[in-house]
Each structure stands twice: as C-alpha cells, then as structure tokens.
Write a protein that binds this ligand. Structure first.
Ligand code: KIV
Ligand code: ZN
Length: 390
C-alpha cells in the first residue's frame, strides 16, 4: 500500500528520557499494553545499555507482546548493539535501532571523529546488528544539520550493510517544513525501494508535527512520535496530532495508519497519570480545552450545528463529550441548554432574570459550575418553582 505510514512510537524511549517522565518497568508494561491496543506499528521500549531498568523493560515488553515489532536503541558500537540484542532475545519481531551523529558540529565537538570514521562505525554497527535480526534501523543523529552529500553517502552505506530503515532526525528541532520536505524527497530518491525513510522531529520551534507531515508528503513512510508529544526538551512530534491530521484532512493527506483513534484520549490520560504532568489545557486533540467552548457566539453556533466550531467529533478520539464552559463569554442559548440539562424548564422571563444574575457572577469568576447554576436558578425562580422542576 503506497500510502501506508508506519507509526513508530517512542514514548517509552525518547519520551521517557525527558525530565519528569521516567517510568518503572511495570509502568512501561502498562503503557505498552495501551499502545498496542492503540495500534502502533513499532514500539521502542528503551535504550538497554543506559540502565538495568531499560534493559528489563525491553525484555519484558518483547516477551509480553510477542506479536509486536519491538525496538531497542543502541549507539553505533559493539557493547550497545550487543546489549540491545540481548534485551530483544525473546522478541519475535526484534528491531535494533542504532544511531550515530553525522553533522559537522557533532563530529567536531562531541565525537571528535572524521566523517570516514563515523561512516565506518555506522556500517560496522549495522553489520553487527544484522547478525541478530533482519530488522535494523539506522538513525543519522542531527541529520538536518548534516552536509547533504555526506548524509547520502552514509545512508547508502548503511543500507548496503543491511539497514532496512533509514531515519533522518531533526534532532534539535531546527528545520522548517519546506526544507525538511526537500531533504526527505532527495533521500527517498537516493534510496528508492532499498529502505524505508523514517522521520523523527523534535519540537523546539513548535514545528515537529508540520515537519513530519511535510516529510510524509515527500515520501517518508515511517514517523517516530510520542503520546502527548513528550520527549527531549520541547518534545517529539505528537502521535495524536499527526494521526488526526491524516484522518481529518484526507482530501490533502491521503495516508493510512493502523491507529485506532478511539483509544487516543485514554492513552493520553494513562500517560499523564504515569508521569509527572499531563498535556497543557490547550493542547490539540487531548488537552482539556480541545473540545471546550466558552464564547457565546461559538456556543450558539455549536448548539445549532456541531461542525460550525468543531472539525473533529470528540468521540473519534475517545473524548466522552464536548464541554460547554459557562463563563463570562457565554450566551443565553448555552445557559438555557445547561438549565435544561440540569432538569429545569425556564420560561423567557425566568431565563432573562437568570442570565442577569449569571453574568454578574461570571464577571467575577473564571467559570461557573453546575452547582452554582442550580443555586442561581433557585434564587431566581424561587424554591417552589425550582422544586417543581426537580
Ligand atoms: O533525536 C534524535 O536524533 C534521536 C535519535 C536517537 C533517533 O532521538
Ligand atoms: Zn529524539
């Protein structure tokens, strides 16, 4: 299927390696179960050489979810690759994901190695990994700041050595969509059918989702991403944003994933309960306000026809319902509907009186809850009339 895009979830690896996100082995297993239910294609469960816990997590995830492709990260050296291979010993579909930095800035200051040395180490790591599994992915760390000619050279070399997936990360979130798309298009042409081109975008400029989508339009067929966009620094591309962009804008983005979108919200919630923070309220798709309307004009339009102000039906992503938040920007229509939902049938004059007291209260507060609305109704229509409605 030419438009099938593989979702490589790295919540348990890149996501976990950011502040406030570390997870125990049982926590990773619980999330892995949810990610499998969500339908991710490849589950990166850890960086086994980094800690005993990461080793155990990869081992446990690959034993329990034997039918899933499980990936383990390794730098391009023998101990890392062997440790990754050992952690995947019980996996039925193991992937070794080996990486080395390729940009001049990383070669000069971090690795202190020449381009030829790095290329030789990358090839050796891929060859070694291939002794353990057919499924080897190579990542050129900081690909977007790498000299393109060298990126071509190293990509061809690792594919000749047996890599099936070549990942070109925007490690520091520096790229802009047009530029990243052009780089990916060039590499897809260079590699042809010999490997899947993968993308891995960080969000330092808030462009990780846009860059990932531009890359898919240019021919990439694997996206590395995380739930709630967690990950190093500003995070990784957010799985839910990319998948819902494909689903919502099929006219422009006719790409297929295997994600069962109805599980998106519960996966996001489980992650939030596991780590130390949840998505910000205005986070696309999974934030508390993603399906909340407060402005009167919006509430009125929404109540007449949902699609006036909602491009996604919240049930599609497993959000139980749209929230009409009653605050100082809300209108009569929404207040009337809330009163009805709370069991009160108000006449025009009662509604007018209620609206006056409501706006006076809402002016002083950030939002007005159901209990307060019931109190206002009782004040306005009187205990007896309210009781008749009970
Ligand atoms: O951001 C990055 O370059 C990475 C690689 C290890 C894939 O996380
Ligand atoms: Zn990363």
């Amino acid at each position: 299927m030419p438009n099938r895009v593989y979702i490589f979830d790295t919540t348990l690896r890149d996501g976990e390696q950011s502040p406030g996100c570390s997870m125990t082995v049982p926590e990773k297993l619980r999330l892995a179960r949810k990610l499998v239910e969500l339908g991710v294609d490849i589950l990166e469960a850890g960086f086994p050489i980094a800690s005993e816990g990461d080793f155990e997590a990869v081992d446990a995830v690959s034993r329990e979810f034997s039918w899933v492709q499980v990936a383990a990260l390794a730098r391009a050296n023998t101990p890392d690759v062997e440790r990754a291979a050992a952690s995947l010993k019980h996996a039925r579909r193991p992937r070794i994901h080996t990486f080395i930095a390729t940009s001049e800035i990383h070669l000069q200051y971090k690795l202190k190695k020449s381009q030829q040395q790095v290329l030789d180490e990358a090839v050796a790591a891929v060859e070694l990994a291939r002794q353990y599994t057919d499924d080897v992915e190579f990542s050129a760390e900081d690909a977007t700041r790498t000299e393109p000619g060298y990126l071509e050279q190293i990509s061809r070399a690792v594919v000749a050595a047996g890599a099936r997936t070549v990942n070109l990360p925007d490690t520091v979130g520096y790229s802009v969509p047009e530029e990243y798309g052009a780089l990916i298009r060039r590499m897809v042409q260079v590699l042809g059918d010999s490997a899947i081109v993968s993308v891995h975008c960080h969000d330092d400029l808030g462009l990780a989702t846009a860059n990932s989508i531009a890359a898919v339009q240019a021919g990439a067929r694997q996206i590395e991403c995380t739930i709630n966009g967690i990950g190093e620094r500003a995070g990784n591309a957010s799985l839910e944003e990319i998948v819902m962009a494909f689903k919502t804008r099929r006219d422009k983005l006719p790409y297929e994933t295997k994600i069962v979108t109805e599980h998106i919200y519960s996966t996001s919630q489980l992650l939030a309960q596991t780590i130390t923070f949840g998505p910000q309220p205005n986070k696309a798709i999974v934030g508390d306000n993603a399906f909340a309307h407060e402005a009167g004009i919006h509430q009125d339009g929404y109540l007449k026809e949902r699609t006036t102000y909602e491009i996604i039906d919240p049930h599609t992503v497993g959000v139980p319902e749209t929230k009409l938040v009653l605050g100082k920007h809300s209108g009569r229509h929404a207040l009337h509907k809330r009163a009805e939902d709370l069991g009160f049938q108000l006449g025009k004059e009662e509604l007018d009186a209620l609206y006056l007291t409501f706006t006076a209260l809402a002016d002083r507060k950030k939002g007005v809850g159901n209990e307060e609305i019931v109190c206002l109704i009782r004040e306005v229509v009187g205990e007896t009339a309210a009781a008749a409605n009970d």
